[in-house]
Design a protein around this ligand. Structure first.
Ligand SMILES: O=C(O)c1cc(=O)[nH]c(=O)n1[C@@H]1O[C@H](COP(=O)(O)O)[C@@H](O)[C@H]1O
Length: 239
């Protein structure tokens, strides 16, 4: 069965493998079965900007560096990475309003120069549950805090947020459909949760209103990554 391009575009594969060579081989294997490839801190620190440009030959890149620092530092780091013209970049919303605005200003200036990058704010990591938040000193429910941070991210100029798909529908209702919801913590039925706490199946994530699904280990650690990606796409197509 062929899967519509509009579904393929919504699958983002996290290239969480140790070397650039492995990541490029994986990106080529998955070409046509993913709409975007995510380069995270591990690979970016090891391989740098030239590697990002290599991955861009196989598909659009989500450069997930989750910046979190004082506003000036984040603004300058953002200016340094935007010439790579990734499709998506991330900051931690918990860096505060001035930091989010500083990142958004850099992204806006980049787009005025013809760039295409969109800025997403990470709300509450999908690895955190209520108990972990309590140990951090917060009495909030993860979903309530994620929604609060999504509203803040929108007010400060982000194009969307990273949240659990459990929160995608409430974020869409509060912030509007054009404000993106990128949802990690995706686990097809029967696949181990590992270090994720707030998990959702691919079909459920789409039904909840996720714009993009981020999937790492269920594809990258599968015996046949292309078949695993195809299985997830078929589940998404049937949602
Ligand atoms: O920003 C992210 O991409 C992210 C945010 C979040 O809250 N949770 C989360 O898991 N991620 C990323 O999404 C990917 C999930 O990988 P798997 O758990 O292997 O599917 C990893 O690359 C994480 O860095």
């Amino acid at each position: 069965m062929t899967v519509a391009q509009s579904i393929i575009d919504r699958l983002v594969v996290a290239l969480d493998v140790p070397t650039g060579a492995e990541a490029l081989a994986l990106a080529r294997t998955l070409s046509g079965r993913a709409g975007m490839f995510k380069v995270g801190l591990e690979l970016f620190c090891a391989e740098g900007p030239a590697f990002v440009r290599e991955v861009q030959k196989a598909g659009p890149v989500f450069l997930d560096l989750k910046l979190h620092d004082i506003p000036n530092t984040v603004h300058r780091a953002m200016e340094a990475l935007l010439p790579m013209n990734p499709s998506l970049v991330t900051i931690h919303t918990q860096g505060g309003p001035a930091m989010i605005e500083a990142a958004a200003q850099a992204v806006k200036a980049h787009r005025q120069r013809g760039g295409r990058t969109q800025l997403l704010g990470v709300t509450v990591l999908t690895s955190l549950d209520r108990e972990a938040l309590a140990r951090l000193g917060s009495t909030a429910e993860p979903g309530d805090l994620a929604l609060h941070l999504a509203r803040l991210a929108k007010a400060c100029g982000c194009d969307g947020v990273v949240c659990s798909a459990h929160e995608a529908a409430s974020v869409r209702d509060a912030c509007g459909a054009p404000f993106h919801r990128l949802t990690p913590g995706i686990r097809p039925g029967g696949v181990a949760t590992q270090d994720q706490a707030r998990v959702v199946t691919p079909a459920q994530a789409l039904r909840e209103g996720a714009t993009w699904l981020v999937v790492g280990r269920p594809i990258t650690q599968a015996p046949d990554p292309a078949a695993a990606a195809q299985g997830i796409l078929l589940e998404m197509a049937g949602a």
